[in-house]
Design a protein around this ligand. Structure first.
Ligand code: HGY
Ligand code: MN
Ligand code: MN
Ligand code: MN
Length: 416
């Protein structure tokens, strides 16, 4: 079918797809046999396979796919143009993540297009489904990398030089994927076309379970960032080095973990996590020479987040000094509190039978775009309340409720 031709058209060309059916089609991509769950990272084999799948699904629906300067995919229903209504999410995951964080928003967007077409709906404004690159920062360390680049909230040179754990730069990974990293950076052309962005996402918490509702709307996102703590000591022999002669960077690293918990527990609603520690060289019988630790810290506002990190850093510096180690702290990413457009939020909540408004501690591309364009999010109930882990879940009926809600919202925002 042509780009503007109405009529249902799944990838099979015959019927409207369900979100669960589309998720089932990608269930084998990026399965992590070591950690469990999925490991799908920006421009790696699994994510590239998912991007290809998205392009095929979009083309089967007569959508025209563009790749922007920053590697984000846009599937246009009709002609691209200004004041466009955009919906979508991301296809990458954290290491060992769940099946829903990201992909649910993408498959729900495709299923909503099918649903709208089956009803004979034709959007009255430009309309696209978007897939943002490297939302989790699981490979290059900076979350929402594709949307940050689009919005210009990360410097293009800094981004090009980001390295994955194997030492591959973002620039090289993009080149290998057939993209031109020279063009990275704030994309005025793509940005200026967005009239409104709506991202559907699995809920990453228990709000909707407790309220007994399948779908909610987002109200806010915590301020959050990532800091790398690099402790440097003295590499040596685990058996031959007396305890009194050691400068073991694992000692202050351990104190950092405890300090993070202590500081976050003392500031209501704050979160601080050390989820990744890399001792170098990493041998059982070797005292490490350096230890890299990554702190993820989040709080209600900028000042609280900053003071949380300052307190944790002070404790880490004391612990490093006590062991005769050095400490270098680098901020790797940061985003201030996001309050989603209250008028749009209330309008959508009203449209969805007074869907509840929920704050979230998770970051999203919608959070990055919210400073640029009117932005809203829909959340779908997660019966486990767990996310960033294989237990993350959404029941098929709730996924279809999400698609129906998204279709209703899109119809409302793109109706004549
Ligand atoms: O919240 C996060 O860690 C990421 O942006 N999804
Ligand atoms: Mn996530
Ligand atoms: Mn996500
Ligand atoms: Mn030896």
């Amino acid at each position: 079918p042509g780009a503007s031709a109405p009529g249902p058209s799944g990838a099979s060309g015959t019927s409207a797809a369900s979100a669960t059916g589309l998720l089932a089609a990608i269930a084998d991509v990026g399965v992590d046999r070591v950690r469990g769950g999925y490991s799908r990272h920006g421009f790696d084999r699994a994510e590239l396979a998912l991007r290809e799948w998205f392009v095929a699904e979009s083309r089967a629906r007569g959508l025209d796919v563009e790749v922007d300067r920053n590697g984000n995919l846009w599937a246009w229903w009709g002609k691209p143009g200004p004041n466009a209504l955009i919906t979508g999410s991301h296809l990458d995951s954290v290491p060992g993540g769940g099946a829903f964080d990201g992909p649910l928003g993408v498959v729900s967007a495709l299923a909503a297009v099918d649903l709208l077409r089956a009803r004979g709906f034709v959007p009255s404004r430009p309309f696209a489904v978007v897939v943002f690159a490297e939302e989790e920062g699981g490979r290059f360390g900076v979350p929402c990398l594709g949307s940050r680049l689009l919005a210009g909230t990360i410097d293009a040179d800094t981004a090009r030089r980001l390295r994955d754990p194997e030492g591959t730069t973002l620039a090289d990974a993009m080149r290998k994927a057939g993209l031109a990293p020279e063009r990275l950076g704030r994309d005025e052309e793509s940005l200026s076309r967005i009239g409104c962005f709506v991202e559907l996402h699995v809920e990453q918490g228990r709000g909707l379970i407790d309220l007994g509702r399948p779908v909610g709307v987002a109200s806010s996102i915590l301020a959050h960032g990532r800091w790398r703590f690099q402790f440097t000591g003295e590499g040596n022999h685990a058996g031959a080095t007396p305890i009194t002669d050691r400068h073991d960077p694992m000692l202050p690293a351990s104190q950092l973990v405890l300090a993070a918990r202590r500081a976050a527990a003392a500031a209501v609603g704050s979160r601080a996590t050390i989820g990744r520690i890399v001792p170098v060289p990493g041998g059982t019988n070797v005292i490490a020479s350096t230890v890299d630790c990554w702190l993820d810290a989040r709080a209600s506002d900028d000042a609280t987040t900053r003071s949380l990190v300052t307190e944790i850093e002070a404790a880490a510096r004391d612990a490093a000094a006590a062991e005769g180690c050095r400490l270098e702290v680098t901020e790797e990413s940061y985003g201030d509190t996001v309050i989603f457009d209250p008028a749009l939020r209330d309008e959508l909540a009203g449209l969805l039978d007074d869907a509840p408004a929920l704050p979230t501690g998770a970051g999203h591309d919608a959070g990055v775009l919210a400073s640029q364009v009117p932005t809203a999010m829909l959340f779908v109930r997660n019966p486990t309340g767990v996310s960033h882990a294989p237990a993350e879940h959404a029941e098929p009926d709730d996924c279809e409720a999400g698609v129906a809600a998204l279709a209703k919202v899109l119809e409302h925002l793109a109706g004549s």
